[in-house]
Write a protein that binds this ligand. Structure first.
Ligand SMILES: [Zn+2]
Length: 248
C-alpha cells in the first residue's frame, strides 16, 4: 500500500474472501448506506485544524470498513504458545497491545474479550507468515519481506437469533513478539487504526498511520482522527441487513 519501504516496514494489508463471498452473492448484498456517526467521533473537534489524509483511504467492494455495532470486540492472545519467547517479553507485548486498545477506545468504543470466538478484531502474538506476493507493476512474484506486523480482514455473513442477518467483517492482526519492545506499541496502534477503518496510509510521519515505522513513533494524531471521522461518514454495505435471507 506504499510506494517506498524502509527496512522497518510494519504493515502489509491483505484481503481474503471478497471474491468468493461478494462475487457469489452480488445481487443479495446490502446497498451502500452511511451509518449514524458514533457519538465519540461526532463529538470530536480538531482544535489545530490540521486536516486529514482521507484521500489515501480507498473503499472496498463492500464500501468503507466501518464498524456499526459497538463496542467493537477485541481479543488479545493471552496464552503462551512459543516457549522460546521469554515471559517478560510476553508481558511487555501484552501491555503494549492493551495500551494501544485503550488509546483508540477514546475515539471508538472497544471491549477486550477473553475468547477469540465472536471477536471482531483478533490480535495474535506471532510473526506474520511469509508469503510471496504479486507485484502489480511487473506481474512478477516478489520474495516476501520480513515483517513485524500484518493485518488482514475478511467478510462474512453474521447471523444471530435476536438480530437481523447482516454483512459483516472481521480483522486478524499479527504482531511479532520478536521485534524490539519499543516498537510493539506503535505497531499495535498502527494496525488497530487499519482495523478500525483507516484502510490506507498517511504520507506524514507525525501520524500513527504513516506507512513506515519511524524512530520516534507518534501518538494517534488529530489528522488520524479527522481521517477516521470522515471514513465513518461514508457509505458502506457492512453492518446492514441482507435484502434477502440467503442463509438457508
Ligand atoms: Zn499499515
Amino acid at each position: 500500500m506504499a510506494k517506498k519501504y524502509l527496512p522497518l516496514t510494519i504493515c502489509t494489508a491483505i484481503l481474503v474472501l471478497i471474491v468468493g463471498l461478494l462475487g457469489g452473492i452480488s445481487e443479495e448484498i446490502p446497498p451502500l448506506k452511511a451509518h449514524p456517526l458514533p457519538p465519540t467521533l461526532a463529538q470530536w473537534q480538531d482544535p489545530t485544524n490540521s486536516g486529514d489524509y482521507f484521500e489515501q483511504v480507498k473503499p472496498t467492494t463492500a464500501g468503507y470498513l466501518v464498524w456499526a455495532q459497538f463496542p467493537v470486540k477485541v481479543y488479545i492472545q493471552q496464552e503462551q504458545t512459543d516457549p522460546a519467547i521469554a515471559p517478560d517479553r510476553v508481558q511487555q507485548w501484552l501491555e503494549a497491545v492493551s495500551q494501544a486498545v485503550q488509546e483508540w477506545n477514546i475515539y471508538l468504543p472497544l471491549e477486550v474479550v477473553q475468547q477469540p470466538d465472536g471477536a471482531d478484531i483478533t490480535i495474535l502474538r506471532s510473526r506474520p507468515t511469509l508469503r510471496p506476493s504479486l507485484d502489480p507493476s511487473t506481474g512478477q512474484l516478489q520474495l516476501p519481506r520480513v515483517r513485524s506486523a500484518e493485518t488482514r480482514y475478511e467478510f462474512y455473513i453474521r447471523k444471530s437469533q435476536d438480530a437481523p442477518t447482516v454483512l459483516s467483517h472481521r480483522f486478524n492482526i499479527q504482531i511479532s513478539p520478536n521485534q524490539a519492545p519499543i516498537y510493539t506499541l506503535p505497531s499495535a496502534r498502527h494496525e488497530l487504526g487499519h482495523a478500525l477503518g483507516i484502510w490506507g496510509h498517511s504520507p506524514k510521519e507525525t501520524d500513527a498511520l504513516y506507512f513506515s515505522q519511524v524512530r520516534n513513533s507518534p501518538p494517534i494524531s488529530p489528522r488520524d482522527i479527522n481521517t477516521l471521522k470522515r471514513i465513518y461518514e461514508q457509505p458502506t454495505r457492512l453492518g446492514w441487513q441482507l435484502p434477502n435471507d440467503i442463509g438457508n
